[in-house]
Ligand binder design. Sequence first.
Ligand SMILES: Nc1ncnc2c1ncn2[C@@H]1O[C@H](COP(=O)(O)OP(=O)(O)OP(=O)(O)O)[C@@H](O)[C@H]1O
Ligand SMILES: [Mg+2]
Length: 232
Amino acid sequence: MNIIEIENLNKIFKTRQNHFQALNDLSLTIAKGEMIAIMGTSGSGKTTLLNILGCIDHASSGSYRLNQKLIEGKSLQALASIRNRDLGFVMQDFALVDHYSVQKNVLLPLNYLKDHKLRKERAARLPALLEKLHIRHKQIEKVMNLSGGQKQRVAIARALINEPEVILADEPTGALDQKTSQEIIQLLRAINQEGKTIVIVTHDPNIAACCDRMVRIEDGRIIEDTKLILSV
Ligand SMILES: Nc1ncnc2c1ncn2[C@@H]1O[C@H](COP(=O)(O)OP(=O)(O)OP(=O)(O)O)[C@@H](O)[C@H]1O
Ligand SMILES: [Mg+2]
């Protein structure tokens, strides 16, 4: 089953002076459970694509189906609930609240859940989740006191607390050294093996090599789509 289906997607950024076409008739399908790397030079359109997949931005034309549901035409409120329920985000700069504790950061997405019982159930999973990510001993530490690798583990825990089907990661290892990057990618791989679909934008060929598939974008178009045979 395809969890993501995009067809003839175009994205044009309009400023007062000019237009810029960041995505050009791009089509891509991602199967449920796939772990896919998106590569391409700076400015090629990777973040633009990820933002559309993440319902943070909308396409100028074309269609996007997430879990068979058409995303265009949905209200802002509907998009916010899709983001919170179906998607988890991991960013290069971690995007955490530095003066909050680890647990407060990880539990933040639950604030948007209306169902009280569900919220409690999910919050109860916190210790096991932190354990799995090897940050249980930092549960009440402020995020500002953590290492880069630990911060990214907190961000991954936050992305997972709502049990989304899809994790979108924009250069999740961009601010980390090689060794820590490998640890983070192996962690994402393990999460993928539990059934999550993962899309990772990366400049690092070593990170892409840990994925099932590598798509290369140039000037808003896909120029390469390769299935990878994993050596790990
Ligand atoms: N809000 C915007 N307004 C105008 N142009 C934009 C906007 N956002 C992105 N662009 C342009 O779209 C193109 C693609 O940008 P994008 O951020 O997707 O690149 P990227 O592949 O993620 O690059 P990097 O590897 O440097 O992160 C760039 O030329 C960028 O300048
Ligand atoms: Mg980018």
